[in-house]
Design a protein around this ligand. Structure first.
Ligand code: DLZ
Length: 203
């Protein structure tokens, strides 16, 4: 049976050529995270966002995302010229520094920060046998909303809350059945371009 769920096309196609976007991702549930980050980056680039204007940072788990989003928006250091192609070629989840093409593990180069037009916060929460899931889902979603309202910078809610591994895989386009599902990271990349454009026009 067909479904009525899902997003429709925006009235205009937004151009990301001048936008600067930060992706902050958790490192829990790495396989799914990698696919989501790759999906978001692919759509950012498809909408014209320059590789040099996409900055990728990681934190341990989803619980850390709101704090990191707030810091990045407030002007925490970022490394210039992160090469997104190389990032995708070898996503490394071991370091805490922003990653770059030439030297993924090198100490970050401190640069005067230019503001971000949007931040995508990506995490994957999979329900376990404790109450961790409920607490983290609840606090992270509220906190990310608070960050965007308090800073005025759109924060895209890229946190999957899945009851099973299979649900998480399907929402990253990695389903184990005939239907691979849909990579929601792609939607988040598009949402970042749209919301970043709105933020500029409505400033
Ligand atoms: C502790 C925890 C658990 C049980 N599950 C997840 C998860 O499914 N996804 C995720 O992103 N993080 C998880 N974490 C880690 C917390 O988000 C956080 O990193 C730690 O509690 C440290 O603050």
């Amino acid at each position: 049976m067909s479904t009525i769920k899902g997003i429709s096309q925006p009235p205009v196609q937004h151009d990301g050529a001048d936008l600067r976007v930060a992706i902050i991702h958790a490192r829990w549930n790495k396989t799914v995270i990698e696919a989501l980050v790759a999906g978001a980056i692919a759509k950012l680039k498809e909408r014209g966002v320059k590789e040099s204007n996409i900055v990728v940072e990681s934190v341990p788990g989803s619980f850390e995302l709101p704090w990191a989003a707030q810091k990045v928006i407030a002007g925490a250091h970022v490394q210039a010229n992160s090469n997104v192609n190389d990032l995708l070629g070898g996503l490394s989840f071991g370091g805490t520094s922003p990653r770059s093409a030439s030297s993924p593990e090198a100490a970050p180069v401190l640069t005067p920060n230019e503001p971000f037009d949007a931040v995508i916060a990506i995490g994957v929460l999979i329900k376990g046998s404790t109450m961790h899931f409920e607490y983290i889902c609840d606090s992270v979603s509220h906190a990310l909303m608070k960050v965007q309202l308090e800073t005025g910078v759109p924060v895209i809610f890229g946190v999957l809350t899945a009851l099973t591994d299979d649900q998480a895989l399907e929402r990253a386009g990695l389903g184990r059945g005939a239907d691979k599902g849909h990579n929601h990271g792609e939607d988040w990349g598009l949402a970042a371009v749209e919301m970043g454009s709105h933020a500029r026009r409505w400033a």
